[in-house]
Design a binder for this molecule. Structure first.
Ligand code: UDP
Length: 478
């Protein structure tokens, strides 16, 4: 190809989707000298601001799709996302066709797979950016088989679900939230997505690195194991996360952190859309206070419905969510910690040397941000694939602890929270977890460095993109 490659990336709404897509775009520009155009349909001003703050990417804002007649008040977030992305296809198609130069490839994230035919119309290759880990990807690859094998709802299924060559999924603990009830539309939406991945894409970009999950990757590439269901290549190019931005490490929070001893502060955050029951917020507050450990806690208003209730909400209500904390909590803990309403500079906080633990909903970006900073975790999965991540962190990588009762089932009480916080912050167990985390931190840095596995995978992906483009150019007369 004489000119440079140009990726059109279609991004689903939601900050949790936008952040890794922007970072992927930046990496394609800086490491591979691609041109990148990202198509967004932001669900909030914050998303728009984050997207347009990057000078090296072309950002095209698509008008928000009108889904009012297609979803109801009880429609789940995943189904809403599927419907939004479906409704967006027409404007996306027109926007791509209106570009001065046709892109040389299309990349979509998990909710954008219904736009793969647009790449076919343009005669360009198409890739899925799966902004998560290989084990979760293996679940999606086996989804159609599970759909046939499991009778009734997954949640009632007693036997572990077998994935050739990989760790099995225990329905009660590990199965992707969205797939638990066959009676729910989101189940069928995901089976649909899963069916398009192996058939319609030319390759998969995974947000992890070769050395993190070697067994699962080997199974995905082995045609006697998972490779039976997947004929396209997988490229582990991660960790792709927002880098530490020193200009964000200023102000009250960082002045306070600078004064704390090394690795003495636990950070608590539940991502861009996670919400807790009010009762659970109260127990966490008491657990923290009893633990007497230093903390920074990002607080959002509690939910009365689902744990992902805050996802896709555009409005942070003006009232401070601090009012939901136990009376006197902020005052009593003023020498111990900080509470931050709504949103905090998470990457910069996790990178600060005073931070030594992370209580997290373990969304995959948050997980990677913890891994790359060597910070051990208390996992608190709430929705989406977070329970998959929680199992990886506690049982596969052994860098985290979790409550005895899954937090999505019951309220975890203050005593257990106090114990877990103490465990990772001051016990020998915490020390061991931290040492393992530091090894993963080194492994991630190596993968991203010159000659590292993720760098190599990225170059292989670029070569694949180029040869696919040429092959399609010979088939289609552009
Ligand atoms: N995040 C942040 N500040 C916050 C909460 C979240 O910067 O107060 C960022 C976090 O660093 C991560 C992203 O939002 O990059 C959340 O993505 P993740 O995959 O962890 O969870 P999701 O929001 O998709 O559930």
């Amino acid at each position: 190809m004489s000119s440079k490659q140009h990726a059109a990336i279609l991004c689903s709404p939601g900050m949790g989707h936008l952040i890794p897509v922007l970072e992927l775009g930046k990496r394609l520009v800086t490491h591979l000298n691609f041109s990148v155009t990202i198509f967004i349909s932001p669900s909030s001003e914050a998303e728009l601001k984050a997207a347009t703050s990057t000078k090296i990417l072309d950002i095209v804002q698509l008008p928000p799709p009108d889904i009012s007649g297609l979803v109801g008040p009880d429609t789940s977030v995943p189904t809403k996302l599927v419907v939004m992305m479906r409704e967006l296809r027409q404007v996306f198609r027109s926007a791509v066709r209106a570009m001065k130069f046709t892109p040389t490839m299309l990349i979509v994230d998990l909710f954008g797979t219904e736009s793969f035919p647009i790449a076919e119309e343009l005669g360009i290759p198409k890739y899925l950016f799966f902004a998560s880990n290989a084990w979760f990807f293996s679940f999606l690859i086996c989804c159609l088989t599970f759909d046939k094998e499991v009778e009734g709802n997954f949640v009632d299924h007693k036997e572990p679900l077998k994935v050739p060559g990989c760790r099995e999924f225990r329905p009660q603990l590990d199965v992707f939230d969205v797939m638990l009830y066959r009676t729910n539309q989101q189940y069928h939406d995901f089976v649909g997505i899963a069916s398009r991945i192996p058939k319609c894409s030319d390759g998969i970009l995974l947000n992890m690195w070769e050395e993190l999950e070697p067994t699962t990757l080997a199974a995905l590439r082995d045609e006697n194991l998972l490779g039976r269901h997947l004929t396209v290549p997988v490229y582990p190019i991660g960790p792709i996360i927002r880098p530490n931005d020193l200009s964000c490490s200023k102000g009250k929070v960082f002045d306070w952190l600078d004064k704390q001893p090394s690795e003495s502060v636990i950070f608590l955050s539940f991502g861009s859309g996670g919400a807790l029951l009010h009762e659970q917020m109260t127990e966490i507050a008491w657990g923290l206070e009893f633990s007497q450990q230093r903390f920074i806690w990002v607080i959002c208003a509690p939910t009365t419905t689902t744990a992902d209730a805050a996802y896709l909400t555009t409005d942070c209500d003006d009232e401070s969510p601090l009012k939901y904390l136990p009376e006197g909590f902020v005052d009593r803990t003023k020498d111990l910690g900080l509470v931050i309403p709504f949103w905090a500079p998470q990457v910069e906080i996790l990178a600060h040397p005073s931070v030594g633990g992370f209580l997290s909903h373990c969304g995959w970006s948050s997980t990677l941000e913890s891994l790359t900073n060597g910070v051990p975790m208390i996992v608190w999965p709430l929705h989406a694939e977070q329970r998959v991540n929680a199992t990886l962190l506690t049982e596969e990588f052994e860098v985290a602890v979790r409550s005895k009762i899954p937090p999505w089932k019951k309220v975890v009480d203050r005593k257990e929270i106090e114990e877990m916080v103490r465990m990772i912050m001051e016990d020998q167990k915490g020390f061991v977890l931290r040492e393992r985390m530091k090894k993963l931190k080194e492994s991630a840095a190596k993968a991203l460095g010159e000659g590292g596995s993720s760098r190599n995978a990225l170059s292989q992906f670029a070569k694949h993109g180029e040869s696919m483009y040429m092959k399609l150019a010979n088939v289609n007369v552009r």
